[in-house]
Design a protein around this ligand. Structure first.
Ligand code: GAR
Length: 201
């Protein structure tokens, strides 16, 4: 069985969408894959409760616990890698995981680490994507699923969804429209990725 580990920081709605599709489309029987754990860097992340309610194992690796460490980012990533590797994952899915990862972390999961970003990459990497799209006068916005490389919010694109920016949109209304699409494209991109590596291991 191929294990998928999902990393979250907040509400975990993409995580829930992925886990629901995995259940509905019987990934364990059809793709030999399952969501085996949800890991959060924030103990208060709402997504942990959602995962718990869905009977998914959860872990917390609290980044704040490393604040006094001489190399906090490296120490956090090292502990996070240990928590992930305990599940021997085929795929690590970043789903609203709001931490910048060290090059060592990205290298360790090269080829099996994917992310969703709330913009049409390569436009608007980084934060506040919806407000920036509105401020730039974009007529369209969207979301991108991509492989993670050392370059933040770059890496080969696996899927995108486009939504219109409507007159009167603010970051909240646009973000809601984009998020609804994220919930459709992320599970599908993961299923496609799993099929692809079944055919071309
Ligand atoms: C999503 O919109 C995701 O694209 C974004 O955070 C949100 C998480 O929502 N990710 C990033 O901005 C990463 N750079 P969720 O916790 O409800 O899935």
């Amino acid at each position: 069985m191929r294990n998928i580990v999902i990393l979250i920081s907040g509400s975990g709605s993409n995580m829930a969408a992925i886990a629901q599709v995995a259940e509905r489309e019987q990934w364990s029987a059809n793709l030999d894959a399952r969501v085996c754990a949800v890991i959060s860097n924030r103990p208060q992340a709402k997504g942990l409760q959602t995962a718990h309610a869905m009977e998914l194992p959860t872990h917390v690796v609290d980044h704040q616990a490393f604040a006094d460490h001489p190399a906090p980012r490296t120490a956090f990533d090292h502990t996070l890698m240990q928590a992930i590797d305990a599940h021997q994952p085929t795929l690590v899915v970043l789903a609203g995981f709001m931490r910048i990862l060290t090059p060592a972390f990205v290298a360790h999961y090269a080829g099996r680490l994917i992310n969703i970003h709330p913009s049409l990459l390569p436009a608007f990497p980084g934060l506040n994507t919806h407000q920036r799209a509105i401020d730039a006068g974009c007529r369209f916005a969207g979301a991108t699923v991509h492989e993670v490389t050392a370059d933040l919010d770059h890496g080969p694109i696996l899927a995108q969804a486009v939504v219109p920016v409507l007159p009167g949109d603010d970051a909240h209304s646009l973000g809601k429209r984009v998020l609804a699409q994220e919930h459709l494209i992320y599970p599908k991109a993961i299923a496609d990725w799993l099929r692809h590596i079944t055919v071309n291991p």
